[in-house]
Design a protein around this ligand. Structure first.
Ligand SMILES: Cc1cc2nc3c(=O)[nH]c(=O)nc-3n(C[C@H](O)[C@H](O)[C@H](O)COP(=O)(O)OP(=O)(O)OC[C@H]3O[C@@H](n4cnc5c(N)ncnc54)[C@H](O)[C@@H]3O)c2cc1C
Length: 379
């Protein structure tokens, strides 16, 4: 299918009129979700390959400060709509605002985080802008000729990679998993342009009201965790998760889980790592009693250091582990917790103790190598 020809007023513009790679900057109350910066990093790479600028879309109330953050992370231009109507996230005004910017400035690619917020707004924008949306991409590439975006994701239970192309519509849009792409090092000296637009929606046009915001009582932030202690079916029941929570607390980490443990009702879904859970990229991932099914591995294989404890020497997770410990976790985990607690209590040369001791050994373990030095396990 070839691109449509140039237009009259209510026709689709020619593909050649769309230019630039945009990233939607997701935030809550003005604090950006890290996936926004991760996508600016990969968005910049794509844009450089085809020689186009990078745009960031900042939509909200009192969010002007995010513009400079976006520029520092790689945006050339920030498109800002700042209006009190946008104080709380609501699908309709947010989607209208993004679609309004797309209609006016015509980017060829728009990327969103695959979060609850990102998926919601992207789906609504796709409907308003009459374009396609690839969901949950874990790899992105772009063709030099025609600038066709290749958004790839694991499919059929992780056994296949599907690549989704949007050949007939612009912009090409994709939601991308948090934690898959590295966060770029911000450069505060970068300069860029900020274009502010008024919101084309009035409060009376919005059919929903936010009456109250009740935060989840036990929020689990797996995607930003530096250390994850994850448990699987090998734990045998919910009680055994206590020892993982204890280890996580000692090392300043959070607890993850396999789907088997979640499906058994031992731990809530928000802890699940993997294809149908969260994709994580911590510095250290400690897998306890997890066999290493492909659907689990796709969610954690990019961790800097993988420590796997399993009683079965043939368990697949041991093959991708940096430290493979064959044995009974009911003996190993408490011993590890005890040893780490003692080690972290020991005063260091500067007289401090505990996890705050210093970034080079904040967890009492040797510092992991930078991500760039790890071999590619995705093969
Ligand atoms: C469409 C689809 C999506 C899926 N999405 C996900 C997903 O997002 N995340 C996910 O995790 N799975 C997912 N799965 C499920 C996945 O295929 C596996 O079934 C699941 O990961 C297995 O979990 P597990 O490793 O905890 O359990 P098991 O495979 O049963 O492994 C338990 C392990 O514990 C070890 N063990 C037992 N006792 C001990 C002990 N005392 N000490 C040490 N080790 C011990 C055993 O040797 C074994 O290796 C998905 C499946 C499908 C079809």
């Amino acid at each position: 299918m070839t691109a449509p020809a140039a237009t009259t007023a209510d026709q689709t513009p020619a593909f050649s009129e769309y230019r630039g790679v945009w990233v939607y900057v997701q935030h809550r109350a003005g604090i950006a979700a890290p996936v926004s910066w991760q996508l600016l990093g990969v968005g910049r790479e794509l844009a450089q390959q085809i020689g186009v600028p990078v745009g960031a879309v900042v939509v909200g109330s009192d969010v002007g400060h995010l513009c400079q953050e976006a520029i520092a992370c790689g945006a050339d231009t920030v498109y800002l709509i700042d209006n009190p109507i946008l104080r709380d996230y609501r699908t309709q005004p947010y989607a209208s605002a993004v679609a309004q910017l797309i209609r006016k400035y015509r980017p060829e690619v728009v990327l969103y985080g695959s979060t609850v917020h990102g998926r919601d707004v992207a789906g609504a924008v796709a409907t308003v802008a009459r374009t396609g949306l690839a969901a949950d991409a874990t790899q992105l590439a772009i063709e030099q000729d025609g600038h066709l975006l290749h958004a790839s994701r694991p499919d059929f239970g992780g056994k296949l990679m599907s690549t989704i192309l949007c050949k007939r519509h612009r912009p090409q849009m994709a939601t991308c998993r948090p934690g898959v792409f590295p966060t770029p090092e911000p450069d505060p000296s970068r300069r860029g342009e900020i274009i502010e637009e008024p919101l084309g929606v009035a409060e009376n046009d919005v059919p929903t009201r936010v009456l109250e915001f009740i935060p989840e009582s036990r929020h689990v932030d797996l995607s930003n965790a530096e250390i994850i202690v994850a448990g699987g079916r090998g734990l045998g029941g919910p009680k055994a998760f206590d020892m993982l929570f204890e280890l996580a607390q000692v090392v300043g980490g959070v607890v993850g889980a396999s789907r088997a443990a979640v499906m058994a009702g031992w731990i809530p879904y928000q802890h699940q790592v993997g294809q149908t859970g969260q994709t994580v990229r911590p510095r250290i991932y400690i897998a306890c009693g997890i066999s290493g099914a492909i659907q689990h591995l796709v969610g954690m294989q990019d961790s800097d250091i993988i420590i796997a404890i399993n009683s079965d020497a043939e368990a697949p997770i041991l093959k991708i582990a940096d430290y493979a410990i064959v044995g009974d976790m009911f003996q190993i985990v408490p011993a590890l917790t005890r040893r780490l607690r003692e080690r972290l209590a020991e005063p260091s040369a500067d007289g401090h103790s505990g996890p705050e001791r210093g970034t080079e050994s904040a967890n009492g373990l040797e510092p992991p190598p930078p991500r760039s030095q790890k071999e590619d396990r995705s093969g």
